[in-house]
Design a protein around this ligand. Structure first.
Ligand SMILES: [Ca+2]
Length: 226
């Protein structure tokens, strides 16, 4: 009697179920919502904040000097928002993870991506409620380095291990330290990624069904192997 065929079938079913469920479980958690954006003041009347699109057609939002579009900072695609702020008030943006929160894990927990030219200075504050923020990172930047790109992003990492906050879903990014002048001015943010994340979203029915299928398949395979 050939018993290998059913086993193979259920193993395959289990593998497919896991494969289908994986994208839903491990979708890259980028900050997906812009709560507010306050452009900085510029010492150059014609070189201010705005969106620079170097995505090669991937980004479909608006771009240009003096333009703000939330889509520029909610996907890692080579489209960036220059916050502005070479004179007076530095530009500042508040972002939110709407379906979960960043938590503490080994090493860095949050990563900012600057993918355009200069390694601009930046200050990062985090908040659990969107109202009370605490300092989490200051990076002075380095304007002698100007090779930040989508292929080789300039990352700014935040580790919350030593902060008195176990989890957060809001962050405020403010131009600071060394600020480049000229469009797009100051810190050029592409996207913000959670490296350690706890989802608060309810799994979709489809995902649950796939898990059930996987569990049944696994139980069946184990029984046959006993
Ligand atoms: Ca982007």
């Amino acid at each position: 009697m050939n018993t290998s065929a059913p086993k193979t079938f259920f193993s395959l079913g289990f593998a497919i179920a896991l494969w289908l469920a994986a994208p839903a479980l491990h979708a890259l958690p980028f900050a997906d919502t812009v709560v507010s954006f306050t452009p900085g003041n510029s010492s150059f009347p014609d070189s201010i904040y705005g969106v620079e699109d170097d995505s090669g057609g991937v980004y479909t939002g608006r771009s240009g000097e003096g333009v703000f579009d939330a889509r520029a900072v909610t996907a890692l695609d080579g489209a960036v928002l220059g916050l502005g702020g070479s004179a007076g008030i530095p530009g500042s943006i508040i972002l939110h993870f709407s379906s979960g929160e960043v938590v503490d894990g080994p090493g860095a927990d949050l990563r900012l991506y600057d993918t355009l030219s200069f390694r601009d200075g930046v200050n990062v504050e985090i908040s659990a409620d969107g109202t009370h923020f605490m300092n989490a990172l200051f990076s002075a930047g380095d304007l002698s380095y100007f090779k930040c790109s989508l292929q080789q992003p300039c990352a700014a990492d935040v580790d919350i291990a030593d902060l008195q906050l176990d989890a957060f879903s809001y962050l405020r990014i403010t131009a600071a330290g060394n600020i480049v002048q000229g469009f797009p001015e100051a810190y050029t943010l592409d996207a913000v990624e959670a490296l350690h994340y706890r989802s608060t979203a309810v799994p979709e029915p489809g995902t649950l069904a796939l898990f059930s299928l996987a569990a049944v398949g696994l139980a069946f395979v184990r029984r046959r192997n006993d």
